[in-house]
Ligand binder design. Sequence first.
Ligand SMILES: Nc1nc2c(c(=O)[nH]1)N[C@H]1C(S)=C(S)[C@@H](COP(=O)(O)O)O[C@H]1N2
Ligand SMILES: [Mo]
Length: 322
Amino acid sequence: MAFIRKNKIWRLPDHEITPEAVFQNRREFLRLMGFSTTALAASFIVPRAWAKSGGEESARAEKTRVLPRLETNPAYPIRRPLTSERVAATYNNFYEFSPEKEGVWQAMGGFKTRPWQVRIGGLVNKPGVYDIDDLIRQMPMEERVYRLRCVEAWAMVVPWYGFPLRELMKTVAPKSGATYLKFTSFYQPGIAPGQKRYPRMPWPYTEGLSLDEAANELSLLAIGIYGHTLPGQHGGPVRLVVPWKYGYKSIKSVVAIEFTDTRPATFWNTALPDEYGYEANVDPDVPHPRWSQRREKMLGTGEIYATQKFNGYGDLTAYLYA
Ligand SMILES: Nc1nc2c(c(=O)[nH]1)N[C@H]1C(S)=C(S)[C@@H](COP(=O)(O)O)O[C@H]1N2
Ligand SMILES: [Mo]
């Protein structure tokens, strides 16, 4: 298949977690992902009022479900402390809800991450509409700790829970003409105050990757964070995570993935092309028109680090741009 021939990553050393570890956890995973068991009901965490419990869970905009414990994939070491869950869950970029980062988690009242379908189509041999929970059952889950570097010069380090995008690509079998993936987020102005209030923004939020970028081992579809399902404010139930690119490429709450032969238009690049590029690889040497990209501030602790090219993931990604 042309896809495999083209995909340079298959020639790189394999950094993935041992298949045994994935398999072992998979059993428990399958058991726990079943929706009919009563045991599952007990594992629901019911957050809501932040003040009430004062716990980490309280900052989740809706119920999340504990996921089976997985060892963190050791192939992606992070030499920085984890960002606290509460901090990450209360400082979000999600313009569909609010432009105020501290307010996103509270602006999501009407948003539900279940039921949820993802439509996969375009230049693929096996298009389809996938229920998010079927997808979760079918795909090999991993926990991966990644850095995320926002174009606004803040950064965080969080444990995502999800599966490599390339696993999904294998399942849908791209046709030889497919050169890009277009990702689309939901459009529901009735429940997303930002979509209603800012009708001139190019909704729905879209993003794009080349086929080779999408097949890179780092490209992850996250369905969880901190060991539980992904709450709305982090892009539940499923979002892209591409850690060598600025955060805006990591599109949240994906409803469609289309394989195409043309570079898709993307949200920020369409809205403000002079400020937000299409490719958006993290690069300290290319300043944003209004600020330097040399340094970044960690959420929560305020620690400052020098920003690294490709956000420190150049060993695994620089070949894409050689
Ligand atoms: N659909 C959608 N996806 C999005 C955004 C958004 O506004 N809408 N913001 C992006 C930006 S700018 C960043 S930095 C990350 C933030 O992810 P987090 O809130 O989980 O930290 O999400 C990205 N994905
Ligand atoms: Mo961002």
